[in-house]
Design a protein around this ligand. Structure first.
Ligand SMILES: [Zn+2]
Length: 255
């Protein structure tokens, strides 16, 4: 079976398949997903995507291999599903984002505990820190949109609601559920998810402390450069990948 499936595969997609698998392991290591919940995808063309699927030997996101990443069409069908592979039940999150936003090349969906607490407690992430993590602060500055329904997004109509709530933002908080992030690469969507988790974790931790610090002043904002460049995202991605591979403990934990 393995030989037949490998023969069906286009080697052109190997690097992308590897990136999606690596992103899943990074998200697990950083605590954004637990067990088998959560998925990452990459657009292949305007009718197909590579997406983290579940196979007969599923062991969780932390153990994702390139073989777990399968090519399917926007209806969730494809030859690579033979042998007992299943697309995520929330595939519409990915497919409808690719349909609605041509600039989106990769999508992350995860269930970080900080997103659950932040959403259910009605906390609004604000830009209260600066140089600690500038990209995370900028997410707050732009405003983190919320999709208020805690539903499993198994239908395109529900995905359309989430996408409407998300607007033209790169991230969305799904109240009572998790997060969705989008990017022009798997690396960018993943780094955004990790940064969003830092922001939401800090928001929850400050609320627990009873602290309500002021927003960073315009004067200080002017001293915080925009680090969202491709170069910086690649540096962060490489550090995340190395940390997951080497077993070094994940980044800032506030909870
Ligand atoms: Zn979900």
């Amino acid at each position: 079976m393995a030989t037949r499936l490998n023969a069906l595969r286009d080697p052109e997609h190997d690097a992308l398949r590897d990136s999606v698998a690596t992103a899943c392991r990074v998200l697990a290591h950083e605590g954004l997903v637990e067990g088998i919940l959560g998925h990452v995808s990459a657009r292949v063309d305007d009718g197909h995507l590579l997406v983290r699927c579940r196979g007969p030997e599923e062991r969780g996101l932390h153990a994702t291999r390139p073989d777990d990443i399968r090519l399917v069409d926007f209806d969730g069908q494809g030859d690579e599903l033979s042998g007992g592979w299943k697309v995520p039940s929330e595939l519409p999150i990915h497919v409808e984002l690719y349909r609605a936003r041509p600039e989106v090349e990769a999508v992350v969906h995860a269930h970080p505990p900080a997103a659950l607490l932040c959403g259910l407690a009605g906390l609004t992430p604000r830009p209260v820190f600066g140089a600690f993590n500038i990209p995370a602060m900028r997410l707050a500055l732009d405003g983190v949109p919320e999709y208020p329904r805690p539903v499993l997004i198994t239908r395109s109509e529900l995905a359309a609601e989430m996408i409407s709530a998300m607007g033209d933002h790169s991230v969305c908080l799904l109240v009572g559920h998790g997060i969705t992030t989008a990017g022009d690469s798997v690396e960018q969507a993943t780094v955004r998810a990790v940064n969003l988790n830092v922001l939401l974790s800090a928001t929850v931790a400050l609320a627990r402390l009873g602290a309500s610090p002021p927003d960073v002043s315009p004067e200080d904002l002017a001293e915080l450069p925009d680090l969202g460049s491709r170069f910086n995202e690649e540096l962060v991605w490489r550090a995340l990948v190395d940390r997951a591979a080497s077993g070094v403990p994940p980044g800032p934990r506030f909870l």
